[in-house]
Each structure stands twice: as structure tokens, then as C-alpha cells.
Design a protein around this ligand. Structure first.
Ligand SMILES: NC(=O)c1ccc[n+]([C@@H]2O[C@H](COP(=O)([O-])OP(=O)(O)OC[C@H]3O[C@@H](n4cnc5c(N)ncnc54)[C@H](OP(=O)(O)O)[C@@H]3O)[C@@H](O)[C@H]2O)c1
Length: 215
């Protein structure tokens, strides 16, 4: 498989990247990032890019891809509402359209998060829910709703997350509340293998898919 990954410098994306690099089924991982990740790997092709609304300059990265794993995102507490919509909706929709143009058969995977609902009265949940619906209609996207993702906290994640991580890890036995970061990546690869499309996947099913993929 050739994988295109967004958000590789992040908490979720970093763990998903590691799962892809470790998986024999993955031949190449292309990452579109704002800044170099500072790591090398024979499978890794890093593309530094600044405009996440337009991808014509990096169209080559979208060609011959089996799946795009869109792990780029931000907490609503870190940006204005306008910026949140741009990052959570406009960026993935632009990437999904480019993927459809350059790799029409590829799967698009979008991380939203537990609690996402288009009908919600909570701003972030509604924005992400509407984005899920649009992406499923547009490209048959698979939408991931993880609860707590246990992974190395990035430099950008809200500080409270890093502080609470030891406590949140106690949630591990609860299948609907906890997922190991690399298991999220393995689940995305398994969903690609199983050719899942137009689906919302909640936390417990993420763990089931990761279990089917194996270590
Ligand atoms: N962490 C969790 O437990 C969890 C659980 C459920 C859902 N989620 C969702 O998963 C997504 C990723 O979360 P995370 O925890 O991995 O966050 P994170 O650690 O802050 O990582 C965010 C990623 O998105 C990129 N990014 C953010 N704003 C950007 C922008 N304006 N332009 C380009 N790239 C940008 C960052 O790149 P830079 O390094 O260049 O800033 C980084 O790669 C979010 O939507 C989050 O709500 C996370």
C-alpha cells in the first residue's frame, strides 16, 4: 500500500505514522507537513507544504495512493471559530477532492473524535459532524471517532492533555474510551484492506479493526 498522511507531526498522526512504517503491508508513506519531521526512514517521503487549501503544487504526492489518512486537526480551544472551520472542514475537503482527482479508487480517512454529531448544538461537534457527512458523500470517506488516543503528546496539543495522560491511560480496559495511538493507525490500514467506505467508526470498533490487523 502507498499511504498519504496528514498531521504526521501530531499526537494522533505521529502514532499513525509509526504504525504505517512498522507495517510490512505498507510500501511507502508520504507525509504532507508544514515543517520537516526530522526523521528518516526508507519508506518515508516527506513533502513540506504551506497551503493546505490548495495542492496543485504537490499533486504528485496524491498519485498512486491507496489511502489518505487525514490526522491533521486542532482543538477548538486553540483557535478562533473561523480558523477551526478552516482546519477541520476546509482542509480535509480540499485534500479529499485532490485525492479523488489523482487517485480515484483511494480511501479517504478523516479523524473527527468521540462526540461528533452533525445535529449537535456544540460548535466543534457540529462542524466535524457536518464535515463527516460531506466527506462521506463526496468520497465515501471513513470517519474515525476515537475517544482518548494514547500516544506521545505533540508540542502543539493542549497542555492539559499531556498532564492528564497518566490518568487517562487507566481507561485502557474500557473499549469505548481508550485506544492506543498505533492501534488507530493499524485500524485505518485494516479498514483500507477491507475496503470499508462511507462509514463512521466509533472507538470500540477501532479496537476491533486493530485486533484484526494484528501487531
Ligand atoms: N489526541 C486525542 O486523544 C484525540 C482524540 C480524538 C480526536 N482527536 C482529533 O484528532 C485530530 C488530531 O489531534 P492531535 O491530538 O493529533 O493534535 P496535535 O497533536 O495538536 O496535532 C495536530 C496536527 O495537525 C497539524 N495542524 C494543526 N493546525 C494546522 C494548520 N493550521 N495547518 C497545517 N497543519 C496543522 C499539526 O501540524 P504542526 O505540527 O505543523 O502544527 C499536527 O500535525 C484533531 O482533530 C483532534 O480533535 C484527538
Amino acid at each position: 500500500m502507498n499511504i498519504l498522511l496528514f498531521g504526521a507531526s501530531g499526537t494522533a498522526g505521529g502514532a499513525v505514522l509509526q504504525a504505517c512504517l512498522d507495517a510490512p503491508v505498507v510500501y511507502e508513506v508520504r507525509t504532507i507537513v508544514r515543517r520537516p519531521l526530522g526523521r528518516t526512514n526508507a519508506k518515508l517521503w516527506e513533502i513540506v507544504h504551506s497551503d493546505f487549501l490548495h495542492y496543485a503544487q504537490v499533486a504528485e504526492a496524491f498519485r498512486g495512493v491507496d489511502a489518505c489518512l487525514f490526522c491533521l486537526g486542532i482543538s477548538v480551544t486553540q483557535v478562533s471559530k473561523e480558523e477551526f472551520v478552516k482546519i477541520s472542514h476546509d482542509y480535509p475537503v480540499a485534500a479529499a477532492k485532490m485525492l479523488q482527482a489523482e487517485s480515484p479508487g483511494a480511501a479517504f480517512h478523516y479523524i473527527s473524535g468521540a462526540g461528533t454529531r452533525a445535529e449537535s448544538t456544540t460548535f466543534w461537534a457540529k462542524v466535524k459532524g457536518e464535515t463527516e457527512n460531506e466527506l462521506m458523500k463526496l468520497t465515501g470517506a471513513v470517519c474515525w471517532r476515537p475517544a482518548f488516543i494514547d500516544a506521545e503528546p505533540s508540542a502543539t496539543i493542549p497542555k492539559i492533555y499531556a498532564a492528564l495522560r497518566p490518568v487517562l491511560r487507566l481507561l485502557k480496559p474500557f473499549r469505548s474510551l481508550y485506544v492506543a495511538g498505533e492501534d488507530l493507525g493499524r485500524a485505518m490500514l485494516q479498514a483500507t484492506k477491507e475496503n470499508l467506505r462511507r462509514r463512521v467508526i466509533e472507538n470500540a470498533e477501532i479496537r476491533e479493526l486493530a485486533g484484526r490487523f494484528g501487531k
